[in-house]
Write a protein that binds this ligand. Structure first.
Ligand code: HEC
Length: 246
């Protein structure tokens, strides 16, 4: 064995070929799973898109670094599933650019937090977590409730998402700012357009409890309330084994 290596090292061409052979075995191992990706990623025909308000909330989530303490990926492990609900499917991250799976859980996983609490709970929790969870070490984000949401660049955010494969239509992109207002102001003339474009299952309400103002709190709570609720696929797939329901 040592003899072969010594000979090979003295033969430049032979050594180069040997390196190529060995590294291509490693390379093949890495790309092999991609050959069957179409069988591994489930179908979810009912998958909804993030509305402009939810996209804005997601951007705030990224801006504030929530992902540094919260993951958004429930593993197939039994204790994960028992605590958080059906494990995350690949298809659920289909429109997540960038993905926010995370690897650190200082706080709980948030992949299925949508619908778990009321909007008022989230608002109180984000303003001061200790008001609702006395032992919490999460920081407060009280300025979100007072900061008006910037909507003039939402069309650009949607257009950028479309570039990477999210099927927003021209109409959705053109109406992004109006739809953001409409979703958080159910009594405004813009509200009807939101459900027409994004589906009846879309949450349309004053997320921050102030129906006359559009704040960053509206956007972040709207986003938290759809986490794990954009498709029914995970609940159907695992319902038989886990008995879990949304
Ligand atoms: C320093 C780490 C840290 C950061 C940063 C952080 N959190 Fe938390 N979060 C926690 C901890 C710890 C808990 C559990 C205690 C509690 O409920 O407050 C928690 C709980 C939560 C819960 C309740 C989850 C559940 O299932 O009960 C939500 C929702 C949440 N955080 C959202 C956020 C959002 C949104 C942000 C960013 C604006 C954020 N967190 C930033 C640590 C953090």
């Amino acid at each position: 064995m040592f003899g072969i290596h010594q000979k090979l090292e003295r033969n430049a061409i032979g050594f180069v070929i040997a390196i190529i052979v060995v590294s291509s075995i490693g390379g093949f191992m890495e790309i092999a799973p991609l050959f069957t990706i179409h069988e591994t990623v489930e179908e979810a025909p009912d998958m909804r898109l993030y509305t402009p308000l939810e996209v804005a909330g997601r951007n705030i989530y990224i801006r504030e670094g929530c992902y540094a303490c919260h993951s958004q990926m429930i593993r197939t492990l039994r204790d994960d599933v028992e605590r958080y609900g059906p494990y995350s499917l690949a298809v659920e991250s289909k429109y997540d650019h960038p993905m926010l799976w995370g690897s650190k859980r200082t706080g709980p996983d948030l992949a299925r937090v949508g619908g778990k609490y009321s909007d008022a709970w989230h608002v109180a929790h984000l303003i001061n977590p200790r008001d609702v969870v006395p032992e919490s070490i999460m920081p407060g984000y009280r300025w979100l409730a007072e900061t008006p949401l910037k909507v003039d660049d939402l069309s650009l955010h949607l257009a950028a998402q479309r570039k990477v494969g999210v099927p927003y239509t021209d109409e959705m992109i053109a109406n992004a700012a109006a739809d953001a207002y409409g979703q958080a102001m159910p009594d405004s003339p813009f509200a009807a357009g939101v459900t027409a474009r994004y589906g009846d299952a879309t949450n349309v309400r004053a997320f921050d409890g102030q129906p006359d103002r559009l704040t960053e709190m509206d956007a972040l709570v709207a986003y938290l309330q759809v986490l794990g609720r954009l498709t029914d696929a995970p609940y159907q797939q695992t319902a038989s084994t886990e008995g879990a329901k949304p």
